[in-house]
Design a protein around this ligand. Structure first.
Ligand code: SF4
Length: 356
Protein backbone atom coordinates (compact mmCIF):
# COMPACT_ATOMS: atom_id res chain seq x y z
CA UNK A 1 0.00 0.00 0.00
CA UNK A 2 1.48 3.38 -1.01
CA UNK A 3 0.96 6.27 1.35
CA UNK A 4 1.32 9.80 0.03
CA UNK A 5 2.86 12.37 2.33
CA UNK A 6 1.72 15.99 2.17
CA UNK A 7 3.62 18.96 3.54
CA UNK A 8 1.53 21.72 5.08
CA UNK A 9 2.08 25.17 6.60
CA UNK A 10 0.28 26.28 9.73
CA UNK A 11 0.30 29.28 12.12
CA UNK A 12 2.09 28.91 15.42
CA UNK A 13 2.16 31.43 18.26
CA UNK A 14 4.95 31.97 20.79
CA UNK A 15 4.63 32.82 24.49
CA UNK A 16 5.30 36.49 23.63
CA UNK A 17 2.32 36.60 21.27
CA UNK A 18 4.30 36.59 17.99
CA UNK A 19 3.11 34.30 15.21
CA UNK A 20 5.19 32.40 12.74
CA UNK A 21 4.63 29.83 10.04
CA UNK A 22 5.66 26.26 10.74
CA UNK A 23 5.61 23.09 8.67
CA UNK A 24 3.79 19.83 9.31
CA UNK A 25 3.01 16.70 7.36
CA UNK A 26 0.12 14.30 6.86
CA UNK A 27 0.20 10.79 5.47
CA UNK A 28 -2.85 9.90 3.45
CA UNK A 29 -3.70 6.31 2.54
CA UNK A 30 -4.62 5.59 -1.08
CA UNK A 31 -8.30 5.10 -1.93
CA UNK A 32 -9.54 1.48 -1.84
CA UNK A 33 -11.50 -0.36 -4.49
CA UNK A 34 -15.10 -1.28 -3.65
CA UNK A 35 -14.26 -5.00 -3.06
CA UNK A 36 -11.33 -4.03 -0.80
CA UNK A 37 -13.58 -1.71 1.17
CA UNK A 38 -16.24 -4.36 1.59
CA UNK A 39 -13.76 -6.94 2.87
CA UNK A 40 -12.24 -4.47 5.34
CA UNK A 41 -15.64 -3.22 6.53
CA UNK A 42 -16.67 -6.77 7.30
CA UNK A 43 -13.38 -7.54 9.07
CA UNK A 44 -13.69 -4.36 11.17
CA UNK A 45 -17.26 -5.23 12.16
CA UNK A 46 -16.21 -8.76 13.20
CA UNK A 47 -13.30 -7.44 15.28
CA UNK A 48 -15.41 -4.76 16.95
CA UNK A 49 -18.05 -7.33 17.85
CA UNK A 50 -15.56 -9.97 19.04
CA UNK A 51 -13.73 -7.48 21.25
CA UNK A 52 -16.79 -5.58 22.47
CA UNK A 53 -15.19 -2.40 21.18
CA UNK A 54 -17.00 0.80 20.14
CA UNK A 55 -16.04 2.94 17.15
CA UNK A 56 -16.41 6.66 17.84
CA UNK A 57 -16.08 8.65 14.60
CA UNK A 58 -16.05 12.34 13.74
CA UNK A 59 -18.20 13.76 10.94
CA UNK A 60 -15.08 14.69 8.96
CA UNK A 61 -13.63 11.17 8.57
CA UNK A 62 -14.11 8.86 5.61
CA UNK A 63 -17.73 7.87 4.92
CA UNK A 64 -16.96 4.15 5.31
CA UNK A 65 -15.77 4.74 8.86
CA UNK A 66 -18.90 6.76 9.62
CA UNK A 67 -21.13 4.01 8.24
CA UNK A 68 -19.19 1.35 10.12
CA UNK A 69 -19.53 3.25 13.40
CA UNK A 70 -23.29 3.53 13.01
CA UNK A 71 -23.74 -0.07 11.86
CA UNK A 72 -21.82 -1.46 14.84
CA UNK A 73 -23.43 0.54 17.66
CA UNK A 74 -20.78 3.25 17.84
CA UNK A 75 -21.39 6.90 17.01
CA UNK A 76 -20.70 9.59 14.43
CA UNK A 77 -20.63 12.96 16.11
CA UNK A 78 -18.92 16.26 16.84
CA UNK A 79 -16.19 16.61 19.48
CA UNK A 80 -18.66 17.25 22.30
CA UNK A 81 -20.79 14.19 21.61
CA UNK A 82 -17.73 12.01 20.93
CA UNK A 83 -16.43 12.88 24.41
CA UNK A 84 -19.77 12.13 26.05
CA UNK A 85 -20.36 8.93 24.09
CA UNK A 86 -16.91 7.51 24.85
CA UNK A 87 -17.24 8.31 28.53
CA UNK A 88 -20.70 6.79 28.93
CA UNK A 89 -20.33 3.69 26.73
CA UNK A 90 -19.76 0.37 28.49
CA UNK A 91 -17.11 -0.82 26.00
CA UNK A 92 -13.65 -1.39 27.48
CA UNK A 93 -12.03 -0.49 24.16
CA UNK A 94 -12.78 2.65 22.17
CA UNK A 95 -11.53 3.22 18.64
CA UNK A 96 -11.53 6.94 18.02
CA UNK A 97 -11.58 7.85 14.32
CA UNK A 98 -10.62 11.49 14.21
CA UNK A 99 -7.53 13.41 15.24
CA UNK A 100 -5.24 12.93 18.20
CA UNK A 101 -6.82 15.41 20.59
CA UNK A 102 -10.11 13.48 20.27
CA UNK A 103 -8.40 10.25 21.31
CA UNK A 104 -6.71 12.06 24.19
CA UNK A 105 -10.01 13.53 25.35
CA UNK A 106 -11.54 10.03 25.36
CA UNK A 107 -8.61 8.72 27.43
CA UNK A 108 -8.76 11.67 29.83
CA UNK A 109 -12.42 10.94 30.54
CA UNK A 110 -12.03 7.14 30.58
CA UNK A 111 -8.59 6.31 31.97
CA UNK A 112 -9.50 2.66 32.54
CA UNK A 113 -10.49 2.09 28.91
CA UNK A 114 -8.11 1.25 26.10
CA UNK A 115 -8.32 4.02 23.51
CA UNK A 116 -7.00 3.21 20.05
CA UNK A 117 -6.72 5.38 16.95
CA UNK A 118 -6.37 4.33 13.29
CA UNK A 119 -3.31 6.60 13.03
CA UNK A 120 -1.72 8.25 16.05
CA UNK A 121 0.00 10.84 13.84
CA UNK A 122 -3.34 12.36 12.78
CA UNK A 123 -3.05 15.79 14.34
CA UNK A 124 -4.60 19.26 13.96
CA UNK A 125 -3.10 22.64 13.05
CA UNK A 126 -4.75 24.20 16.10
CA UNK A 127 -3.12 21.67 18.41
CA UNK A 128 0.27 22.04 16.66
CA UNK A 129 0.03 25.84 16.74
CA UNK A 130 -0.38 25.96 20.52
CA UNK A 131 2.63 24.23 22.13
CA UNK A 132 2.12 23.53 25.84
CA UNK A 133 5.27 25.30 27.05
CA UNK A 134 4.57 28.56 25.20
CA UNK A 135 0.93 28.41 26.20
CA UNK A 136 1.75 27.94 29.90
CA UNK A 137 4.08 30.96 29.77
CA UNK A 138 1.37 33.03 28.05
CA UNK A 139 -1.11 32.04 30.78
CA UNK A 140 1.42 32.85 33.50
CA UNK A 141 1.77 36.35 32.02
CA UNK A 142 -2.01 36.91 32.36
CA UNK A 143 -2.97 35.44 35.74
CA UNK A 144 -6.09 37.63 36.02
CA UNK A 145 -7.87 35.75 33.19
CA UNK A 146 -9.93 32.56 33.14
CA UNK A 147 -8.22 30.20 30.72
CA UNK A 148 -10.70 28.74 28.23
CA UNK A 149 -9.35 26.37 25.61
CA UNK A 150 -10.98 24.81 22.61
CA UNK A 151 -11.15 21.01 22.41
CA UNK A 152 -8.56 21.11 19.59
CA UNK A 153 -5.58 21.22 21.95
CA UNK A 154 -3.19 18.73 23.51
CA UNK A 155 -3.83 17.14 26.89
CA UNK A 156 -1.01 19.28 28.33
CA UNK A 157 -2.69 22.51 27.14
CA UNK A 158 -6.03 21.35 28.56
CA UNK A 159 -4.25 20.64 31.85
CA UNK A 160 -3.33 24.35 32.04
CA UNK A 161 -6.93 25.50 31.40
CA UNK A 162 -9.83 26.32 33.68
CA UNK A 163 -12.37 25.25 31.03
CA UNK A 164 -12.43 23.25 27.86
CA UNK A 165 -15.15 24.04 25.31
CA UNK A 166 -16.23 22.77 21.91
CA UNK A 167 -17.80 24.87 19.17
CA UNK A 168 -21.22 23.52 20.22
CA UNK A 169 -21.05 25.13 23.68
CA UNK A 170 -18.31 27.79 23.48
CA UNK A 171 -20.73 30.72 23.17
CA UNK A 172 -22.79 29.63 26.18
CA UNK A 173 -19.80 29.02 28.42
CA UNK A 174 -17.94 32.22 27.54
CA UNK A 175 -21.24 34.15 27.82
CA UNK A 176 -21.71 32.64 31.28
CA UNK A 177 -18.18 33.63 32.39
CA UNK A 178 -18.61 37.13 30.93
CA UNK A 179 -21.86 37.55 32.89
CA UNK A 180 -19.88 36.74 36.04
CA UNK A 181 -17.46 39.58 35.21
CA UNK A 182 -14.59 37.24 34.24
CA UNK A 183 -11.92 38.17 31.70
CA UNK A 184 -10.95 35.37 29.32
CA UNK A 185 -7.72 34.06 27.86
CA UNK A 186 -8.83 32.08 24.81
CA UNK A 187 -6.88 29.55 22.74
CA UNK A 188 -6.12 28.52 20.13
CA UNK A 189 -8.48 29.39 17.20
CA UNK A 190 -8.44 33.14 16.49
CA UNK A 191 -11.49 33.09 14.20
CA UNK A 192 -13.66 31.23 16.68
CA UNK A 193 -12.34 33.50 19.46
CA UNK A 194 -13.23 36.64 17.47
CA UNK A 195 -16.68 35.28 16.71
CA UNK A 196 -17.36 34.56 20.41
CA UNK A 197 -16.01 37.98 21.33
CA UNK A 198 -18.38 39.68 18.86
CA UNK A 199 -21.35 37.64 20.03
CA UNK A 200 -20.82 37.92 23.80
CA UNK A 201 -18.92 41.21 24.18
CA UNK A 202 -16.54 39.38 26.55
CA UNK A 203 -13.05 40.70 27.26
CA UNK A 204 -10.98 38.03 25.47
CA UNK A 205 -7.26 37.81 24.90
CA UNK A 206 -6.81 35.57 21.87
CA UNK A 207 -4.16 33.04 20.93
CA UNK A 208 -3.48 33.37 17.19
CA UNK A 209 -3.96 29.84 15.88
CA UNK A 210 -6.09 28.76 12.91
CA UNK A 211 -7.55 25.65 11.33
CA UNK A 212 -5.81 25.13 8.00
CA UNK A 213 -9.08 23.93 6.45
CA UNK A 214 -11.56 26.61 7.59
CA UNK A 215 -9.01 29.43 7.28
CA UNK A 216 -9.10 28.87 3.51
CA UNK A 217 -12.78 29.77 2.98
CA UNK A 218 -13.13 33.18 1.31
CA UNK A 219 -15.81 35.86 1.68
CA UNK A 220 -15.54 37.35 -1.80
CA UNK A 221 -15.84 33.99 -3.56
CA UNK A 222 -18.71 33.05 -1.27
CA UNK A 223 -20.56 36.25 -2.20
CA UNK A 224 -20.19 35.39 -5.87
CA UNK A 225 -21.46 31.86 -5.23
CA UNK A 226 -24.45 33.27 -3.34
CA UNK A 227 -25.32 35.42 -6.36
CA UNK A 228 -25.49 32.26 -8.46
CA UNK A 229 -27.65 30.48 -5.84
CA UNK A 230 -29.75 33.28 -4.32
CA UNK A 231 -32.10 30.89 -2.47
CA UNK A 232 -29.32 28.86 -0.89
CA UNK A 233 -28.97 28.93 2.88
CA UNK A 234 -25.36 29.50 3.96
CA UNK A 235 -24.04 27.31 6.78
CA UNK A 236 -20.69 28.30 8.30
CA UNK A 237 -18.48 26.79 10.97
CA UNK A 238 -17.07 29.57 13.19
CA UNK A 239 -13.47 28.50 12.64
CA UNK A 240 -13.89 30.33 9.30
CA UNK A 241 -12.66 33.92 8.73
CA UNK A 242 -14.94 36.79 9.73
CA UNK A 243 -15.71 37.72 6.09
CA UNK A 244 -17.24 34.25 5.65
CA UNK A 245 -19.05 34.17 9.00
CA UNK A 246 -20.72 37.51 8.16
CA UNK A 247 -22.37 35.95 5.10
CA UNK A 248 -23.85 33.04 7.06
CA UNK A 249 -27.50 32.30 7.69
CA UNK A 250 -26.38 29.83 10.37
CA UNK A 251 -23.09 29.79 12.29
CA UNK A 252 -22.59 26.64 14.31
CA UNK A 253 -20.80 23.45 15.19
CA UNK A 254 -20.95 20.46 12.87
CA UNK A 255 -23.94 19.01 14.72
CA UNK A 256 -25.76 22.36 14.65
CA UNK A 257 -25.16 22.70 10.89
CA UNK A 258 -26.38 19.14 10.33
CA UNK A 259 -29.52 19.83 12.31
CA UNK A 260 -30.24 22.90 10.20
CA UNK A 261 -29.99 20.96 6.95
CA UNK A 262 -32.53 18.49 8.32
CA UNK A 263 -35.00 20.96 9.80
CA UNK A 264 -34.83 24.04 7.56
CA UNK A 265 -37.43 24.45 4.83
CA UNK A 266 -34.68 25.50 2.38
CA UNK A 267 -33.77 23.00 -0.32
CA UNK A 268 -30.28 24.28 -1.18
CA UNK A 269 -27.35 24.88 1.19
CA UNK A 270 -23.84 26.26 0.81
CA UNK A 271 -21.67 24.54 3.40
CA UNK A 272 -18.51 26.15 4.79
CA UNK A 273 -16.90 23.41 6.82
CA UNK A 274 -14.83 20.30 6.10
CA UNK A 275 -16.50 18.47 3.23
CA UNK A 276 -16.37 15.18 5.15
CA UNK A 277 -19.63 16.29 6.72
CA UNK A 278 -21.45 16.07 3.38
CA UNK A 279 -21.58 12.27 3.70
CA UNK A 280 -23.80 12.43 6.80
CA UNK A 281 -25.73 15.46 5.51
CA UNK A 282 -26.68 13.56 2.35
CA UNK A 283 -27.83 10.60 4.42
CA UNK A 284 -29.94 12.71 6.79
CA UNK A 285 -31.37 15.09 4.17
CA UNK A 286 -31.35 13.09 0.92
CA UNK A 287 -33.53 15.42 -1.12
CA UNK A 288 -31.50 18.56 -0.51
CA UNK A 289 -28.83 20.18 -2.66
CA UNK A 290 -25.51 20.71 -0.89
CA UNK A 291 -22.83 22.97 -2.35
CA UNK A 292 -19.31 23.25 -0.96
CA UNK A 293 -18.28 26.80 -0.06
CA UNK A 294 -15.33 28.13 -2.08
CA UNK A 295 -11.81 28.12 -0.65
CA UNK A 296 -8.74 30.13 -1.59
CA UNK A 297 -8.30 27.33 -3.86
CA UNK A 298 -6.94 27.39 -7.32
CA UNK A 299 -3.56 26.46 -5.86
CA UNK A 300 -4.83 22.88 -5.59
CA UNK A 301 -2.95 22.34 -2.36
CA UNK A 302 -4.51 20.06 0.19
CA UNK A 303 -5.02 23.14 2.37
CA UNK A 304 -7.49 24.38 -0.19
CA UNK A 305 -9.52 21.26 -0.80
CA UNK A 306 -11.82 21.80 2.22
CA UNK A 307 -10.87 18.44 3.63
CA UNK A 308 -8.60 17.99 6.62
CA UNK A 309 -5.48 16.02 5.65
CA UNK A 310 -5.21 14.64 9.19
CA UNK A 311 -8.82 13.47 9.28
CA UNK A 312 -8.03 11.80 5.95
CA UNK A 313 -5.35 9.68 7.66
CA UNK A 314 -8.14 7.66 9.27
CA UNK A 315 -8.81 4.52 7.25
CA UNK A 316 -10.35 1.09 7.62
CA UNK A 317 -6.86 -0.45 7.51
CA UNK A 318 -5.97 1.47 10.69
CA UNK A 319 -9.03 0.13 12.50
CA UNK A 320 -8.12 -3.45 11.58
CA UNK A 321 -4.49 -2.94 12.65
CA UNK A 322 -5.57 -1.36 15.92
CA UNK A 323 -7.91 -4.19 16.84
CA UNK A 324 -5.71 -7.05 15.58
CA UNK A 325 -2.35 -5.78 16.81
CA UNK A 326 -3.29 -3.17 19.43
CA UNK A 327 -1.43 -0.48 17.52
CA UNK A 328 -2.29 3.20 17.89
CA UNK A 329 -2.97 3.18 21.63
CA UNK A 330 -3.35 6.60 23.24
CA UNK A 331 -1.34 7.19 26.41
CA UNK A 332 -1.66 10.29 28.58
CA UNK A 333 0.59 11.02 31.55
CA UNK A 334 -1.53 10.54 34.68
CA UNK A 335 -0.71 13.91 36.30
CA UNK A 336 -1.62 15.73 33.05
CA UNK A 337 -4.71 13.60 32.59
CA UNK A 338 -6.03 14.33 36.06
CA UNK A 339 -5.57 18.09 35.61
CA UNK A 340 -7.05 18.10 32.09
CA UNK A 341 -10.10 16.19 33.27
CA UNK A 342 -11.20 19.15 35.42
CA UNK A 343 -11.88 21.55 32.55
CA UNK A 344 -13.57 18.90 30.40
CA UNK A 345 -15.81 17.72 33.22
CA UNK A 346 -16.81 21.32 33.96
CA UNK A 347 -17.92 21.70 30.35
CA UNK A 348 -19.89 18.43 30.33
CA UNK A 349 -21.59 19.33 33.62
CA UNK A 350 -22.42 22.82 32.32
CA UNK A 351 -23.96 21.43 29.12
CA UNK A 352 -25.91 18.77 31.02
CA UNK A 353 -27.28 21.38 33.43
CA UNK A 354 -28.35 23.68 30.57
CA UNK A 355 -30.15 20.78 28.89
CA UNK A 356 -32.32 20.06 31.96
S1 SF4 B 1 -10.39 20.38 10.24
FE1 SF4 B 1 -9.08 21.96 11.15
S2 SF4 B 1 -9.70 22.03 13.30
FE2 SF4 B 1 -10.45 20.07 12.46
S3 SF4 B 1 -8.80 18.61 12.88
FE3 SF4 B 1 -8.41 19.42 10.81
S4 SF4 B 1 -7.00 21.12 11.13
FE4 SF4 B 1 -7.90 20.65 13.12
Amino acid sequence: MTLSTLELDYDRQTAEGATCTARAWARVPPPLSRPEREVLMQRCAELLRAQGAALVAHYYVDGDLQDLALATGGCVADSLEMARFGRDHAARTLIVAGVRFMGETAKILSPDKTVLMPDLDATCSLDLGCPAGDFAAFCDAHPDRQVVVYANTSAAVKARADWMVTSACALDIVGHLHAQGQKILWAPDRHLGQYIQRQTGADMLLWQGACIVHDEFRGLELELLKERHPRARVLVHPESPEAVVRLADVVGSTSQLLRDVQTSAADTFIVATDNGILHRMRQLAPGKTLIEAPTAGNGATCKSCAHCPWMAMNALQGVVAGLEQRTGEIQVDEAIRARAQGGITKMLDFVAQRAR
